[in-house]
Design a protein around this ligand. Sequence first.
Ligand SMILES: [Zn+2]
Length: 285
Amino acid sequence: MHDFKPKIHKYEATIGNFFVNAFLIESENGVIAVDSTLAIPSTNDLREIIQNKIKKDLIGVLLTHGHPDHYTGVAELIKGYGDIPVIATQGALNQCLARDEEEGGYLGSDQAFGALYPKERVFPNQLVKSGDTVTLDNLSFTIENLGACESDDDSLWSMKIDNSLHVFSGDIVYNHMHTFFRDGHVSNWLKQLDYCISKFDTNTIFHAGHGEEMGIEMLYWKRGYIQAFLRKLKDLLGDKPTLSPEEQQLLFNTLKSYLPNEKLLFLTGWQFDDMVTAVKNDGVL
Ligand SMILES: [Zn+2]
């Protein structure tokens, strides 16, 4: 009876040199979004795919974490679809609210996205805990919370299609791209990468918040990238509170030599001193 095979539609939003993914999962009678993008033009693209390509209604949104590039577009995305569930953990909701308060004004200003930034934001309206399964139109999604890693609260949403496990991994792994370190939870992040390497097998398909879909091998790559970053930062930092512009350039050069592209590398310089403080406070150096 339920032999419809779900389809995963990946959408990559590009804003200058910023790349972020959202996923639309087509069920028999509807569409479930995993994360959203940040600004209105990309959210309009997502709506266009839902309305004119898939031609089914959006019935729910699952969030992997509470960073603005993944949730602010939800307000525009769900417009006209009624009171649909926007599902996340309490920790992700907390971060959405905190980041909205801290950065909403800046992101909506002319220095950032201006009128392209959604004026209203919508926050998760249904909370789940690690291990919970949500069923929408006969598709089951299970959430596993990994705690604070790239953000203050990161989760994986998993679903099966035939014999493959599809994991929507949010920002746990960026596929071959620089990674945002400002939230500073690097020791747990490395621990959770090890856990994921031991838990998932080589048939698992990861759908990343940034970059192409990938296998478990990318978890090893990410772990190496984080370790290379930490090592260079530690060596340059010594006992100092932060790095000079020249030292920042040396760190940047190390990262550049590890990466196959410069996508998201500009994030290295964003709130640099805060990033260093957060990583130091994590105790990982
Ligand atoms: Zn992200």
